[in-house]
Write a protein that binds this ligand. Structure first.
Ligand code: GLN
Length: 555
């Protein structure tokens, strides 16, 4: 069938591994390479292979693992998929993310179904074949598939993946594969030298497995001089023109341009023998210029959460704010405020000085009263507010307590005995975890802030929640001034609420941050940042409603 549509080009593969230490930014590097190839008119996609055994990161703590990213088709994934989507136009799905848990699970199910016909089921070939199978599936319809292997070379866990990608070269031909190894070159001040030994060892490990990297991308704090590149090339058996330096960049949006300047995409195109147009990077340059030298100064966004020790937990949020800053030509300074600290010290002290308050998603009771106090503070002081998922649920609880006078109002997730369950489990449970996941439509109500920001009547957003607004209370909320501005089209359930009395108070059950891209910033974030700028610019004229907290001056 496909043959009838003409010659079908086969996909080429870029395998990205990491060495020396973890957290080198393999995901961002892969995404940036994707962006560069796309800017040459090449159709790219990605697959992330994670060596851990959880079926997905859905139940892993964000503190350990960073944010859980959600795809259109409702898969809870590693945050690198967010980078892939933000930096390219690729749309990720269940085909683009696998963990060892998923791979082994599938093999075990096949074993139970008797699909291995009496054979002894082994890592090689059964696990490795399964891995190659999912790689091929993700490759379909793309010119290039970027395969990112999680973990660090040398880990026992990632061995089956490395064996599988080694075999791929044999299966699809050397001319269709490029192996990129991302490593780290530390600078040792005492010696005044960049040290290449860890990289040599990491490449040695790869070669032991049978993979000779074609390209080395070397992270370091300072640019790697030519003689050091030559030394790395010699000891790692890599062409000197294939050793690239990736110096820390001020913003992730500088990375595609930085890699291009080094010549990474040129080299990849050469090795894969891809004829393409010269990359068009004008849009990336424009974005970078706006992020680095905005004309409208800076706004401080107070993000009240409980995972503030690791800002990777709020990665998409951070990026969505940055994207909106590109539109507003304003620098975003996120101020992560610990919700529990607000419980202890009060919002006046900790939120004073912010130009807007954002309460993001969250699970479980810890810090929730602090978030509620932050919401109340933003509402009463007319500070722009955006609530996301748990942020919306708590905004509704806060309203019930303060405006409807239901002092003990709560979400059943946080207090099972509350006499006023404003937020209740979704019924019937949408899946075995009780969780509603992935993209769903929202109908926007005419005449509302949400409707004007989106500029459309029906939109689609991604969800990840187990609880929702208790419709029994809806009339009371609406009578008291809370406006429902977005609903689920068929059931009319509440998805977005706002307070028209307030300059900018909007909360949404979905996660708009997952859909924002630097080239297409999300309307709700654009509106929020716009409100923050306005608040900043007029704040001085208003008498402060804040009562100074004793001891806050440091006396
Ligand atoms: N814990 C809440 C729920 O499950 C909110 C989820 C979230 O913020 N992602 O509904």
């Amino acid at each position: 069938m496909t043959a009838a549509r003409g010659r079908r080009r086969s996909t080429k593969f870029i395998f990205v591994t990491g060495g020396v230490v973890s957290s080198l930014g393999k995901g961002l590097t892969s995404a940036s390479i994707g962006a560069l190839l796309e800017s040459r008119g090449i159709r790219v996609s990605f697959i992330k292979l994670d060596p851990y055994f959880n079926l997905d990161p859905g139940l892993m703590s964000p503190i350990q693992h960073g944010e859980v990213f959600v795809t259109e088709d409702g898969i809870e994934t590693d945050l690198d998929l967010g980078h892939y989507e933000r930096l390219t136009s690729a749309q990720m799905s269940r085909l683009n993310t696998y963990t060892s848990g998923k791979i082994y699970f599938s093999v075990l199910q096949k074993e139970r179904r008797g699909e291995y016909q009496g054979k002894t089921v082994q890592v090689i070939p059964h696990i490795t074949d399964e891995i190659k199978g999912v790689i091929r599936e993700a490759a379909e319809g793309n010119d290039v598939l970027i395969v990112e292997v999680g973990g660090t070379v040398g880990d026992i866990e990632s061995l089956p993946y490395l064996e599988a990608i080694r075999q791929m070269r044999h299966d699809v031909g050397a001319e269709n594969c490029v192996y990129i190894h991302l490593t780290y070159i530390p600078y040792i001040a005492a010696a005044g030298e960049l040290k290449t030994k860890p990289t040599q060892h990491s490449v040695m490990k790869l070669r032991e497995i049978g993979i000779q990297p074609d390209i080395l991308i070397c992270r370091s704090e300072r640019p790697i001089p030519v003689d050091v590149k030559q030394k790395i090339a010699l000891f790692c058996s890599v062409d000197p023109g294939s050793v690239f330096s990736a110096v820390d960049v001020s913003t992730i949006y500088a990375l595609p341009l930085a890699l291009h300047k080094e010549g990474v995409d040129e080299k990849i195109a050469e090795l894969l023998n891809i004829w393409s147009r010269a990359p068009d990077l004008g849009e990336w340059e424009r974005i970078l210029e706006r992020i680095e030298s905005p004309k409208n100064g800076e706004v401080v966004i107070g993000i009240v959460g409980k995972y503030v020790e690791l800002t990777e937990s709020y990665r998409s949020l951070h990026e969505a704010l940055t994207h909106a800053g590109i539109v507003g030509d304003v620098r975003i300074r996120p101020e992560y405020v610990d919700a529990q600290a607000i419980e202890a010290q009060g919002p006046d002290l900790l939120l004073r000085g912010v130009d807007a308050v954002l309460v993001p998603g969250g699970f479980g009771p810890r810090g929730m009263e602090g978030k509620i106090r932050a919401i109340r503070w933003a509402r009463e002081n007319r500070v722009p507010f955006l609530g996301i998922c748990m942020g919306m649920q708590l905004a509704l609880v806060e309203f019930a307590r303060s405006i409807l006078g239901l002092e003990k109002a709560n979400s059943l997730e946080l207090d099972e005995r509350t006499p006023h369950p404003i937020i209740v489990p979704i019924a019937p449970p949408p899946n075995e975890k009780g969780m509603r996941l992935g993209a769903h439509p929202i109908r926007l109500i005419e005449g509302t802030l949400a409707r004007s920001l989106y500029g459309e009547e029906e939109v689609s957003e991604r969800f990840r929640h187990r609880y929702e607004f208790n419709e029994e209370y809806r009339e009371r909320f609406e009578k008291a001034g809370m406006v429902v501005s977005g609903v689920e089209p068929s059931s009319s359930r509440v998805e977005i609420v706002e307070l028209p009395e307030h300059p900018h108070f909007l909360a949404i059950q979905a996660h708009p941050e997952f859909k924002s891209r630097p080239m297409a910033p999300h309307p709700l974030f654009i509106g929020f940042i716009d409100a923050a700028v306005k608040y900043r610019d007029t704040r001085e004229e208003k008498p402060s409603r804040l009562v100074p907290v004793r001891g806050a001056s440091g006396e």
